[in-house]
Design a protein around this ligand. Structure first.
Ligand code: MFK
Length: 448
């Protein structure tokens, strides 16, 4: 990353290159005005992100006031637009924010982010990314005159998080940046990046793409958001990529194994695995034996339970997406650790779909298993479902996909049933969609 990029906040002019902040160039006074107006100059301290969100949505700071806070939000309903055309277009720069996590300069912050191995807790990073993603969307949709937003913005999807091949130190400052990169009618794609100080320079360590959805003041139905106007060829390319991403997601979902049979190649893979587990001593489809250095998928499972307390609520009295991700990630990490026999490192997160909100007071059941392995890689799937204390009915809220890397080669995982075979193929599809396989490095230190 160029040093000019770090001076983004003091430049107040030029062209937005995502992940690089502003580069010098354009002298357009209109652009300067936008940046003064949006006060995007100094990075926000990580501890202030949630405070800002609380202000924007008018959240109560204590649980006893939450009913009153929701009543007040109902009054904002009349400020919602009836069509997208009514709303002024925004630029990528309008939502651009930088957030500072000063682990180096404020050591008292470290405790919250530290693992026992003196590495960074990735679960905490997931929480920060989620809050930042929501704040970015509120910047895109903000109305200058209004103190509070009539929109309820929720995390719909973590499309992808790729770790770059760099170590993360708990003793150096971290900076996040991001902006809206594509919009539909009610949904927004947000691109975020994370940088860490190495010497005098911030180097990129993570790329993330989330999709957020705008809902009405009470989070009961969809709500329109401002259009987005790309300002340069780079931004046009980002926007086009957002459009393609939407198409890719639709195609991926249409081919889901929950809807369609596996391809011929996938069927062959599963049948060969099945044949590999037949006992050569008995001519029977029933007697199954594991090949050497392999584990049955059902023996890779770990489960946990969370009681969802008000502390983890967002304004809508639902549980924060970031908290759910942290809990799922930590269970997924423990599953990979248990399976591989050594401390694994996260290399990619993808396709976390927030299908249903989790209400405060619910019981959250997380169930994690290894569904695919290759060389040093372990693909873990975590399924979460909720049940209220009153009803025994369980409902799926999320499915999480994590790719870990172990220091040693890991055993193969074998499905025993047809359902497990589908999990295996789904895991393989997710593994193959990882954009940049990371090479094994001993200094690659990102843990739960
Ligand atoms: C302390 C104070 C802080 C206050 C800040 C609060 C911030 C809170 C942020 C969070 O943590 S939210 C908590 C975690 N997320 C959730 O609980 C969301 C749970 N899921 C849902 O509520 C619904 O599934 C969701 C609203 C996301 C979608 O509902 P629908 O499927 O009925 O949506 P619909 O069919 O109306 O589609 C609306 C838009 O979403 C898009 N969409 C829906 N699901 C999607 C998906 N999975 N991926 C991508 N896009 C998706 C869809 O394409 C469409 O886009 P466009 O209008 O632009 O065409």
């Amino acid at each position: 990353m160029r040093r000019a990029a770090l001076r983004f906040c003091s430049l107040n002019k030029g062209l937005l290159i995502p992940g690089r902040g502003l580069t010098q160039g354009s002298q357009n006074p209109e652009k300067q005005r936008v940046f003064h107006m949006h006060e995007a100059c100094s990075p926000i301290h990580v501890n202030h992100v949630r405070d800002k969100l609380r202000e924007i949505v008018g959240a109560s700071t204590n649980w006893s006031d939450h009913v009153k806070a929701m009543e007040e939000r109902k009054l904002l309903q009349s400020f919602l637009a009836e069509s997208q055309k009514e709303l002024p277009p925004r630029r990528m720069r309008d939502s651009y924010i930088e957030v500072l996590l000063p682990l180096g300069s404020q050591p008292e912050l470290r405790e919250k982010y530290l693992t026992v191995q003196n590495t960074i807790r990735f679960g905490r990073i997931l929480e920060d990314l989620d809050s930042l993603g929501v704040l970015i969307c509120y910047m895109h949709t903000r109305v200058q005159e209004a103190k509070m937003s009539p929109l309820s913005i929720v995390t719909a999807l973590v499309d992808k998080i790729d770790m770059c091949k760099t170590s993360l130190s708990p003793e150096q400052d971290i900076k996040f940046s991001g902006h809206v990169s594509w919009v539909g009618k009610t949904s927004m794609e947000v691109k975020m990046q994370m940088f860490q100080l190495h010497g005098n320079e911030f180097c990129r360590v993570l790329d993330a793409t989330f999709v957020m959805v705008a809902r009405d003041s009470e989070n009961k139905g969809p709500a329109f958001i401002n259009p987005l106007i790309p300002e340069s060829p780079e931004e046009e390319e980002l926007f086009r990529q957002g459009e393609l991403n939407k198409g890719r997601r639709v195609a991926f979902s249409a081919k889901s194994l929950l809807k369609m049979a596996p391809s011929a190649e996938e069927r062959t893979t599963i049948h060969e695995m099945f044949l590999n587990t037949l006992d050569p001593k008995t001519v029977s489809f029933r007697s199954r034996v594991l090949p050497p250095n392999a584990v049955w998928m059902e023996n890779s499972k770990l489960k946990s339970l969370e009681v969802c307390h008000p502390q983890e609520r967002n304004i809508f009295n639902r549980i924060f997406g970031g908290f759910l991700m942290r809990k799922a990630y930590e269970l997924g990490w423990a599953t990979a650790c248990n399976f591989g026999g050594s401390r694994p490192f996260i290399v990619a997160v993808d396709d976390i779909m927030f299908q249903k909100p989790v209400d405060v007071g619910s019981l959250l059941f997380l169930s994690s298993q290894v569904c695919f392995t290759q060389d040093n890689y372990i693909q873990v799937r975590v399924h979460s479902e909720v049940a209220s204390l009153e009803s025994k009915e369980h409902m799926t809220t999320n499915v999480f996909h994590f790719t870990f890397m172990s220091e040693e080669k890991v055993p193969l995982v074998f499905p025993r049933t047809y359902g497990e075979s589908m999990l295996y193929l789904d895991g393989k599809r997710h593994f193959n969609s990882m954009s940049t396989p990371v090479n094994l490095r001993k200094d690659y230190l990102v843990e739960p």
